[in-house]
Design a protein around this ligand. Structure first.
Ligand SMILES: *[C@@H]1O[C@H](CO)[C@@H](O)[C@H](O)[C@H]1NC(C)=O
Ligand SMILES: *[C@@H]1O[C@H](CO)[C@@H](O)[C@H](O)[C@H]1NC(C)=O
Length: 231
């Protein structure tokens, strides 16, 4: 079985391995309803977002995209930051025998950023934030992990442990917080234990579909709801 690894950095706006094109879109750009007096809101099943980034995934498996969506809610002194990462796939897509994992880098150094601008307004892709040398090192490392006989979550867990237990590749040293990666989370995108695309039945509460083309399906790969508090 060929195991293809797709990586995404979850702590930055949106990143994939060497994407061909990446763009941060507002909800309005992907066709969300805008109610009078509010900014765009995009509800996907039970998550509400106000900003969405879409990037094509450049790999031998064609037509895949990452969608990273962010929304916020204020409750008293706290802001909750709701984030979702979705895989977009063409209608009728089938991974066949190709294994795929997303590796989420949830703890990276402040060096991972797109230029010096306000992070809210910047856009970019993985190679802008982490250099091509680091992305190549991550890809090479993933290719060397022996995944024979493994699939789905088992294969992805092995990839995760290889990345977590070995020293950070020198090309990536500036982007990790320590000599080993911490906070890497693997998610299977195909095979046993992988999430399924949002079905029509689950979709009844959605008000928008933040992917282009609109005929693509969306699979929730990871989500988080964290507190941002102000003193
Ligand atoms: C889900 O709902 C949105 C909003 O109504 C719609 O645009 C989209 O096509 C739907 N997708 C599916 C798979 O049902
Ligand atoms: C995030 O968590 C808080 C506290 O549990 C909750 O009140 C809020 O509704 C959650 N937001 C979303 C979008 O799930």
């Amino acid at each position: 079985m060929s195991q293809r690894t797709l990586l995404v950095l979850s702590s930055v706006v949106l990143a994939t391995i060497a994407p061909t094109s990446a763009k941060i879109l507002s909800c309005a750009d992907v066709g969300c309803p805008i109610t009078a007096g509010t900014t765009a809101t995009c509800t996907v099943v039970d998550h509400s977002f106000s900003a969405v980034g879409v990037a094509a995934i450049d790999s031998s498996v064609k037509g895949l995209s990452w969608v990273k969506a962010v929304g916020g809610e204020r409750q008293g002194a706290n802001d909750f930051l709701d984030q979702g990462i979705y895989l977009g796939r063409p209608d009728g897509f089938d991974f066949g025998s190709t294994g795929a994992c997303a590796l989420l880098f949830t703890q990276v150094s402040d060096m991972v950023r797109f230029g010096d601008l306000d992070p809210k307004g910047t856009e970019g892709v993985c190679s802008d934030a982490m250099t091509n040398a680091c992305i190549s090192a991550l890809t090479d490392r993933a290719k060397k992990v022996d995944l024979k006989g493994l699939s789905g979550t088992a294969a992805c867990a092995k990839l995760q442990s290889d990345f977590s237990n070995n020293p950070v590749d020198s090309a990536c040293a500036a982007f990790a917080q320590a000599s080993k990666w911490a906070g890497i989370e693997a998610r299977a995108l195909s095979g046993t234990g992988s999430p399924t695309p949002i079905s029509t039945t689950q979709n009844t509460t959605s008000t928008c579909w933040p992917i282009l083309p609109k005929t693509d399906d969306l699979t929730l790969v990871d989500s988080s709801n964290s507190t941002v508090s102000y003193l």
